[in-house]
Design a binder for this molecule. Structure first.
Ligand SMILES: Cc1cc2nc3c(=O)[nH]c(=O)nc-3n(C[C@H](O)[C@H](O)[C@H](O)COP(=O)(O)O)c2cc1C
Length: 416
């Protein structure tokens, strides 16, 4: 391919430049240490991506509140206690010229029951997905004070990320996590200023963005990850996504990442529950084309991108960046190899009989690969989804027990 759009720099609204158009999309590796800070294995993992050549590394979701973790192995940044470890993490990610943005998140009701934390959500509506084998904690509805604490939490974590040397943050409002739960009329049944019409359902996201942007230094990147649709009847849909983008336009975002789906409808893994036909690569490109008209900030498209041609096609359609997650868990140096002219394309995951594995099995399979990379090995191409499910269930049980004990120590020591 002669002149490649993929390797052209991107000037962001904040005046900084990304050296190419490939982002490593957020992947929580669940490899934080016993204090929920980035430990040596996690840092070694990110070194692979730094060397791999992406222009932007978006970290796996880092939690803003210690009682609300996406997974019992997630990193948490709610105080400056372990800031030197976060600074080391940022330094490794930036070592080859990429920018590194910390994704900040809150799981809301998407928290495993066995973790023993406190699940808070817009409304007390539990997430029930027995077919996935995952049991989620029953949530209670957040109070006004708890909602204010979430806004303050995003702002506090963003400030700490900036102090640790991250180039920016991404606010996670996709995939059915807390801010996405507020956006959806199915999970948000509030009748106060945080629920009902879209203006109310989007209020928490907008307040979080404003709080982060207001205190960030000029040049610090602020991004949001937003569903183009939840792909579920009665959920947040593409028309509402366009309206939320209009609301985000005046808030000074540097990048808006478009994704889609939730645990209940895993469109982000190409398996929407409402059976919407998605393209085999770049699942959300048709949706992004409609959203491009609304967006005044650059868009990043993530989901199902595995080939250089697929990535280029998205850019030609007007998307500014492409995000890759699972492909970079199989081939961490894919950007560098594409730039060198190789047309490498990691395979889609399949089961022994050649069928695509379930979304949960794909998630576990990728997590297994991240563990291999963190241990300094090559990610194995033939990770059986069934075996990955089994080993990850054992691992999650052990990590949940470690988290419960850690949480009890924090609570008795009076640390907030
Ligand atoms: C193991 C794993 C962990 C993930 N963790 C996160 C996360 O922390 N935050 C997030 O927004 N998305 C997360 N995702 C979703 C990815 O960012 C991405 O949206 C999805 O995998 C689709 O992109 P892909 O086809 O390139 O993998 C995760 C995906 C995987 C496989």
């Amino acid at each position: 391919m002669a002149s490649s759009l993929l390797f052209q720099p991107l000037l962001l609204p904040n005046g900084t430049t990304l050296h190419n158009r490939i982002a490593r999309a957020a992947m929580d590796s669940a490899l934080a240490d016993a204090n929920h800070a980035p430990g040596s294995r996690q840092i070694r993992l990110y070194q692979r991506w730094a060397e791999g050549g992406a222009g932007l590394i978006i970290t796996g979701s880092v939690m803003i509140q210690r009682h609300a973790l996406s997974s019992p192995g997630s990193a948490l940044l709610d105080s400056d206690r372990y800031l030197p470890q976060f600074a080391r993490w940022a330094g490794v990610c930036r070592s080859r010229g990429a920018q590194v943005w910390m994704q900040l998140g809150h799981p809301g009701r998407q928290m495993l029951a066995g973790m023993g934390g406190c699940a808070c959500a817009p409304s007390a509506i539990p997430l029930q997905l027995p077919e996935t084998g995952m049991e989620f904690a029953a949530p209670r509805a957040m109070t006004e004070a708890e909602i204010s604490e979430v806004i303050a939490g995003f702002a506090r974590s963003a400030l700490l990320a900036e102090r640790a040397g991250f180039d920016g943050v991404q606010i996670d409002a996709g995939h059915g996590h807390l801010l996405s739960q507020f956006l959806s009329p199915l999970s948000n049944r509030r009748n106060d200023q945080w629920g009902g019409c879209l203006t109310n359902r989007a209020r928490l996201l907008l307040d979080c963005v404003k709080a982060v942007r207001e205190q960030a230094r000029p040049g610090f990147g602020v991004s949001v990850k937003l569903n183009c649709s939840d792909f579920i009847a009665g959920g947040f849909d593409s028309q509402e996504a366009a309206q939320v983008i209009n609301m985000l336009n005046p808030l000074g975002l540097d990048l808006l990442e478009i994704t889609g789906g939730t645990y209940a409808s895993p469109a982000m893994f190409g398996q929407p529950a409402d059976h919407t036909a998605l393209p085999p690569e770049a699942y959300f490109l048709p949706h992004a084309q409609a959203l491009l008209a609304a967006a005044q900030m650059p868009l990043q498209l993530t989901g199902g991108i595995r080939s250089r041609a697929g990535a280029e096609t998205a850019l030609v359609q007007g998307v500014a960046m492409v995000g890759l997650a699972t492909a970079l868990a199989q081939q961490p140096d894919l950007p560098r190899r594409w730039q060198a002219g190789e047309s490498l394309q990691p395979d889609n995951a399949t089961t022994a009989d050649g069928a695509p594995p379930s979304a949960v099995a794909m998630l576990m399979q990728t997590t297994e690969r991240l563990g291999q990379m963190a241990a300094g090995r090559q990610p194995r191409s033939a990770v059986s989804p069934q075996l990955a499910m089994l080993s990850s269930q054992i691992r999650l049980r052990n990590l949940s027990s470690r988290y419960r004990q850690w949480l009890a120590r924090q609570d008795t020591s009076g640390t907030h």
